[in-house]
Design a protein around this ligand. Structure first.
Ligand code: GUN
Length: 283
């Protein structure tokens, strides 16, 4: 067996085209969706992520503002910037790029962003809404994963979904979104015993641990759908996922590549959430 590749790059391009048309319709009604991004410091990976986000906004017709502030900014000053953006009527989404320097509380930052502008879906109010099946901004990477699975008409209901990793940004919420789609969900993490026994029973396997080659073909049931969320640099400087691509390809029915898999869908869902936020204000 050789798996069908689910290209996040292609799906993202298609979704962004649809969103561009949606933005045009909103603009005709006098509404331009706006996203504000704050980056603290000069971490090169974070810089490239936020620039990709700004570029995607531009392509889609969404207004974006990028505020790069020095690491020396105080927590109070950063919270004040967020409060100002909460009040700004032309801004519908606020994103503070994580991680933050040690002297700034991530919890305080996330909780200061208005839940109505929390397009990352990280605010406890949005997480609570998502868990209780209410209307909420879903975290972008998990939401992008669901879109990728659905794009191939893969049935989710009743399937065993195994999530490897339990981060607040990806692992925990992606399991919840699959549960909302009526899957049976199991989480594996660093303390899990007999991980292979569990992963080989997965119909859909989501891997989000941040370690190169963490999962290979021996951990995959024949015919499973494998979603690789990892972004790692190998010893040759090449971007690779958490799944050993060559051995996984021989076992899986569908597989997402790295790069060009989940990554482009994360940004796409951020644009989607920003449009939804703006649309709520239009009758
Ligand atoms: N850092 C890595 N991924 C993300 C993300 O999705 N949102 C934010 N705000 N920071 C990140």
């Amino acid at each position: 067996m050789s798996a069908t590749i689910i290209s996040g790059k292609e799906l993202a391009a298609q979704k962004r085209l649809e969103m561009k048309k949606e933005v045009e319709v909103l603009k005709e009604k006098g509404m331009t969706p706006g996203l504000a991004v704050i980056l603290v410091g000069e971490d090169p990976a974070s810089q490239s992520y936020v620039k990709a986000k700004a570029r995607a906004c531009e392509e889609t017709g969404i207004h974006s503002e990028l505020d790069i502030v020095p690491t020396s900014i105080s927590e109070e000053e950063l919270l004040k910037k967020i409060e100002d953006l909460n009040m700004a009527s032309h801004i519908h989404g606020i994103l503070v790029q994580l991680p933050l320097p040690d002297h700034i509380s991530e919890k305080k930052v996330v909780e200061t962003i208005s839940p109505d502008k929390d397009v990352d879906g990280f605010h406890p109010i949005n997480i609570g809404r998502m868990m209780t099946g209410q209307d909420a901004f879903s975290p972008c990477t998990p939401a992008g994963i669901i879109e990728m699975v659905k794009s191939k008409s893969i049935e989710i209901e009743g399937k065993h979904v195994v999530v490897v990793g339990r981060s607040n940004i990806v692992g925990k919420p992606v399991g919840q979104l699959f549960l909302n789609e009526n899957a049976t969900v199991t989480y594996c993490h660093s303390r899990t015993k007999n991980m292979q026994e569990i992963t080989t029973s997965a119909d859909i396997l989501v891997v989000a641990v941040g370690r190169e080659n963490f999962i290979n073909g021996d951990y995959i049931k024949k015919g499973a759908v494998v979603i690789d969320v990892g972004v790692n640099r190998n010893s040759a400087g090449k971007l690779v996922g958490d799944v050993e691509f060559e051995t996984a390809k021989e076992k899986a029915s569908y597989l997402t590549p790295v790069p060009g898999g989940v990554g482009p869908m994360t940004i796409t869902m951020l644009l989607h959430n920003t449009i939804i936020s703006a649309r709520r204000l239009v009758n």
